[in-house]
Ligand binder design. Structure first.
Ligand code: ATP
Ligand code: SF4
Ligand code: MG
Length: 337
């Protein structure tokens, strides 16, 4: 095994608000290796973005109570002074945000924004930086990049803006690329192109990639490993095949059954998980999923299940016996999805 790039240990991110403490992230553990693609999946509000914004240093101890460790090549990012963290964030880790319009500045030309990003971390003339920016725009598949570099974000289509964001995130050759819902706003063809692009860039740059999404279908072809989150906690972790061909957690089963299908005939089979995700201020006791779980029993509302490995590193946080999980997956989930 190579050295891990990133190790997250028991990360908790709680926001004090007027209504109470929002436990957005409540005990995340994971390890990321070079060249690995991790899919992070969960419904809206499960703590996906907050986890990775904290890794990037964009959620800080000023606004949240943060506990645990975030080790980047062995160094705890939560203990670093702000300027050192900023340096790592820009040059070693890049993030493509959920809403590209909010991270590309509307008043500045796309090329100039990439040049700024480069020059914040590398000594380089404006001219050299612009050459690099144009080359990067070309590599992410933007046609006529010299012209495009002189345009403003609103002159780009949604897909082109995503590409520009990816170019900006990759231009400093980061070790980790985090793509938060890289595709939600895009049509299916463009979605597929963006994900293929991320795949290709991962190989070209040997970066570790984190793809955050609410749709298990999005990462089906792209992730090596999948982390499923519910109410701020990981509830299942496994290799891609563990999840798609043998998921162990009832919440993951629900996500598998609600994968958005492409053709309309299939769409009828789409079944959402019953009920709604809980408030992160009043998280249900025991297993947070129990009010929505069709398989809940006595213990589930009283004790909180730990994420425990059952087959190698395939782990789930659910009290059902392994044999039951395997049987239910085969008889009920595979049949219907
Ligand atoms: N600054 C903040 N102050 C208070 N609560 C916050 C703050 N930022 C996020 N939250 C809350 O933390 C929870 C987790 O948010 P997060 O953005 O991580 O969800 P998500 O899984 O990324 O969802 P989505 O799929 O909608 O993007 C949400 O309930 C959100 O309202
Ligand atoms: S622990 Fe109980 S409530 Fe939670 S997922 Fe498993 S069966 Fe359902
Ligand atoms: Mg999010």
């Amino acid at each position: 095994m190579p050295e891990p790039l990133l190790e997250i240990k028991n990360l908790k991110v709680h926001f004090p608000t007027d209504d109470g403490l929002v436990k957005a992230v409540d005990g995340v553990n994971l390890t990321l290796y070079p060249g690995q693609t991790l899919g992070v999946v969960g419904e809206s509000g499960s703590g996906k973005s907050v986890t990775w914004l904290t890794v990037m240093g964009l959620v800080t101890k000023k606004e949240a109570i943060i506990e645990g460790e975030i080790l980047f090549r062995g160094q705890d990012l939560l203990k670093l002074p702000v300027d050192e963290l900023r340096n790592i964030r820009g040059s070693k880790m890049g993030m493509v945000f959920q809403d590209p319009m909010s991270s590309l500045h509307p008043f500045f030309k796309v090329g100039d924004q990439i040049v700024e990003a480069i020059r914040a971390h590398q000594r380089m003339s404006k001219r050299e930086a612009m050459d690099l920016a144009i080359d990067m725009l070309r590599r992410v598949g933007i046609p006529r990049p010299e012209e495009r570099a002189r345009q403003y974000p609103h002159e780009f289509s949604g897909g082109m803006r995503q590409r520009a964001m990816i170019a900006m995130a990759l231009v400093l050759n980061p070790d980790v690329l985090i793509a938060d819902e890289p595709t939600t706003a895009l049509d299916v063809t463009v979605q597929a192109q963006i994900l293929d692009l991320i795949d290709r860039l991962e190989q070209e740059f040997n970066a570790a990639v984190v793809i955050i999404t609410h749709d298990l279908g999005v990462v089906a072809e792209h992730a090596d490993d999948i982390l499923v989150m519910y109410a701020g906690k990981p509830v299942e972790f496994g290799e891609r095949r563990d999840i798609y061909y043998g998921a162990h957690h009832p919440y993951t089963w629900g996500l598998l059954q609600s994968i958005a299908r492409l053709d309309e005939a299939e769409r009828e089979r789409l079944r959402p998980i019953r009920g709604l995700p809980p408030s992160l201020i009043f998280v249900p006791p025991g297993c947070a999923f129990h009010p929505r779980c069709p398989y809940a029993f006595d213990r589930c509302s009283k004790e909180s299940p730990e994420l425990i490995p059952e087959n190698g590193h395939h782990a789930s946080a659910c009290f059902l016996p392994l044999a039951d999980k395997e049987r239910i997956f085969k008889e009920e989930v595979l049949q219907r999805s």
